[in-house]
Design a binder for this molecule. Structure first.
Ligand code: ADP
Ligand code: MG
Length: 244
């Protein structure tokens, strides 16, 4: 049984005859921040969606704290609570204020009292510097602020692991920094995180480990310094040359 917080062994996933994940082995230790990089179509989003059990895997297994969460028939709701995910499109409900968006899932799923929910949500808005915006509606917020609310919404479920799929990709360049700073903050607090990102400078600066994905495999992984300055595989070299 793997000892990491999250472990993947031999994970395979196909859509019809398109094999998208071709045997992924990955260990994520508590408090680690891992960045997935790689070309579009290499399988980064599918990998994150499989970890969160939004997609069922075909082969292999996924372990969370030593429990196989990929077994057929396992109760998915508690797993999705423990593993939060934030996407590129933040999809806040437009008819609810920021704080109402954040309180929705804790109300429905965690069944917390109104006071407990409000205290917790306000604490989150304070922690991430958004207290002055919490009663605004999504259309009164910038894209960067909306995405930060989406992160807070995921954190309100008190996840143990956070997955982030290109969460800055849809933002205007001047708004990217404020969202990345939320991730820095979470890292400093010791959150275990797995991110798909095209922000190479950020990945290099903050990741504990970089995984380069190619054709549904982790072709190469290592410390940022090693991957960015001395990649071993020709495909990693070619990718970095094109994006840096
Ligand atoms: P990345 O995030 O690295 O760009 P994706 O995981 O989104 O890669 O996609 C990998 C491959 O899987 C692509 O060929 C994509 O078309 C395919 N794919 C992803 N999701 C689906 C789906 N729901 N149905 C069919 N094909 C999919
Ligand atoms: Mg993707």
């Amino acid at each position: 049984m793997p000892e990491a917080k999250l472990s993947l062994r031999g994970v395979q996933k196909s859509f019809a005859d398109n094999q998208v994940l071709s045997g992924i082995d990955l260990d994520v230790h508590a408090g680690e921040m891992i960045c997935l990089i790689g070309a579009s179509g290499s399988g980064k989003s599918t990998l994150l969606r499989c970890i969160n059990q939004l997609e069922a895997i075909d082969e292999g297994s996924i372990w969370l704290d030593g429990v196989d969460i990929s077994e057929p028939g396992i109760d998915l709701a508690p797993i999705r609570r423990r593993i939060g995910i934030v996407f590129q499109s933040y999809n806040l409900f437009p008819h609810m204020s920021a704080i109402e968006n954040v309180q929705l899932a804790p109300r429905r799923v965690l069944k917390q009292s109104a006071d407990a929910r409000t205290d917790k949500a306000e604490a989150l808005f304070n922690r991430f510097g958004l207290a002055q915006h919490m009663h605004k509606y999504p259309d009164q917020l910038s894209g960067g602020q909306q995405q930060r609310v989406a992160v807070i919404r995921a954190l309100a479920m008190e996840p143990e692991i956070m997955l982030f799929d290109e969460i800055t990709a849809a933002l205007d360049p001047e708004l990217v920094g404020e969202v990345l700073s939320v991730l820095r903050h979470l890292r400093a607090e010791g959150m275990t995180m797995l991110l798909a990102t095209h922000e190479m400078g950020f990945a290099r600066e903050v990741a504990d480990r970089i995984c380069f994905m190619d054709g549904g495999r982790i072709l190469e992984q290592g410390k940022p310094e090693q991957i960015f300055t001395a990649p071993q595989k020709p495909r990693t070299q070619a990718f970095l040359k094109a994006v840096l």
